[in-house]
Design a binder for this molecule. Sequence first.
Ligand SMILES: [Zn+2]
Length: 238
Amino acid sequence: MSLDQFADPIMVVVAHPDDIEAHCAGTIIQLLEQGKRVGYVLATSGNCGTSDPAMSAERLGGLRESEQRAAAEIVGVRDLTFLRYEDGDLTFHVPELRADLTRLIRQYRPRTVITHDPYPGNGSLDSCAIYPDHTTLGLTVFQAAYLRAPSPLCEPKQLREGLPLHKLDMLMLIMSGAPDVFVDIEAVFDRRIQALRQYKTQGRDRPEVDAFFRRIARQLGEHADYTLAEGFRRLAPT
Ligand SMILES: [Zn+2]
């Protein structure tokens, strides 16, 4: 069963509020139903994601964090970390970001990390996949998870503080053009949409949201004979 490929504990690391609900919340709902532990890390609070000239970045960041908390409540996740990097700017903060992610991985000790595909390819179902925040974060998580967290020579200050080295089992990549793990989400699709509807600042409460995400889930489902699915690309340790 595809859910068995997500060893627990599971850390979900994404660039913006709503990335999880748009791509993998149906899987997370079912992992929680199996009693698995799941925590979220948000690299930015999406504080530039508006076309409203009257909105401030500070207010938007706060609103989107509230929306993320409400969506996580519907999914059943209580462990949320907001790193609050500037939205759209992750490419320019890789050294700090990889140190933060290495620390979180050493603290949380996940066996699976779900994050963005750094090389989503032309076949991606979502043009947002090549947004630099997504690809940069995917690559930085890869570096933190597989190269830095297990190395005694990387971020040694964290080790002197008492954090242990850690190597996880598997990265599971969302927004990939080459998914190879498919999770049946038909039974929880409505709950995923309910979580997505919390993002009013992003227009996710509009009626057409259901049809848009249903179409993507149906396309992913065709790979595995499911009606509605989410898809991931497995990336094994180096
Ligand atoms: Zn995003």
